[in-house]
Write a protein that binds this ligand. Sequence first.
Ligand code: GLN
Length: 515
Amino acid sequence: MSDTALKPHQKELFGQPIGLYILFLTEMWERFSYYGMRAILVLYMTASTLGDDVRGVGLGWTSKEALALYGWYTMLVYIIAIPGGMIADKLIGQKKAVLYGAIILCLGHGVLVLTDIWAFYTGLGLVILGVGLLKPNISTMVGGLYQQGDIRRDKGFSIFYIGINLGSLLATLIVGVVVAKYGWHAGFGLAGVVMVLGLINYIGGQKYLAQVGNHAEVTNAEDEVSYGKLYGKLIKSPKQLLITGILVVASFVGWYFMDWGYGLLFLFLTAIAALLMMIYRELESQVFKDRFIVLLLSFIMVIIFWGAFEQAGGLMNIYTDTKTDRMLLGWQVPTIMFQSLNAGFIIIFATLVAGLWAKRKLKGNEASSLFKMAMGIIIMGFGFLFMVFAVMEFEKSGSSSMLWLVLAYLFHTIGELCLSPVALSFITKLAPAKYASLMMGVYFASSGLGNKVAGILGESASDFGEFAIFAGIFVFTVIIGGLFILILKPLKRLTHGAEDNEHVIEAEEIEIAEN
Ligand code: GLN
């Protein structure tokens, strides 16, 4: 087949469907706006209401108030991916969900340009909704670009992941400078402008996405996604109802002893747990049921991974600022620059790591997603060993070398590359097609919960000290990763060969490469 005979959505570039690059760019701009806004959020909330000449007035909150809102915001943005995925599965398909998400994000960032407090809350709310619609669904669309068994899928997700981090790297480098020169609201505005670019790119690239993310026409009532029906059936299933009842009671206990925010969160998670139980019951075959269980088990790794990894923005950031010798050839490296290491390392190593796994797989060696994810946790865990060495050096000499941090972030990044893009790809292989976006939403919600765990862990360093936290995370993550490797065989059996026959999808690809 000659290249010109191909429809736009069949065309390839560097051995990958062109649609991948459209999604890559859309997600790159979306992540630029997300991370750019996130980078200045706490600073804006804590900046004085008297303002300064350049940046303008802040909200004048205490850092405790600001961090509390920040913690909820960064969690909610991912938790809301569950309804975002549900809407796509049930109503509009992923392609439209991404479109609406992008439009809402443009509005949200636009509103944040205004200085009133109502605009601040409205803007944040819109950003949460927009990310919730866009983030899980764009990831599921990447999976939709590949046929089952196409070995390029994992690599495709790694390339997509580079887009994510390119956006985040550019944002951390540029937004701070814009705020310092033109003020807070110019920073928010820049995030908005960039999101408009993402939207234009997405709309412009539609012809390359013709086959993915469409809401399936359902002819058979049985095939229709009906959350109402599933909840209806819950009432008739005594075992599931009992579990749900226990969770509801636990939510109210949480409400009473913690606060209403946690209570609501637990209630929401209970509703989702009940839904997942009912979906499990309704799945037609044992193969789908087993795969569903494996996915849910793999989400335990996801929560633990992000719970440890996300120390980067909190405890490790403070450690860099206060206990690290940052002098390099007479210049003091700014603390904030260490936050760019992760994204930089991803851009350098993403295709390398994916390529290594693909080679291993073609040689017939163990390279299942579950194995990669478990290795990811272990490798990331070893990063914390360097932090332990850093604390030991600090205790001996009053400061510690930057090298420990660079090594820690390097290991964290390699671990992230083994887990995060792999998990996204794994979900698109295992999730039942009609709940594909919901499961992607549950993945992001798990990472959101991980973020919250990270915050709680980081705070507890003031009671237990950094050594205990870093050493504890190292030991715990290595043990958990090891445990998953120990049960790898039975877990893989439950996937029923979902990844066994991955191969190079030959004919077309070779022809296109030759033309
Ligand atoms: N850094 C990645 C992103 O922004 C991971 C997010 C996550 O899974 N929590 O997409």
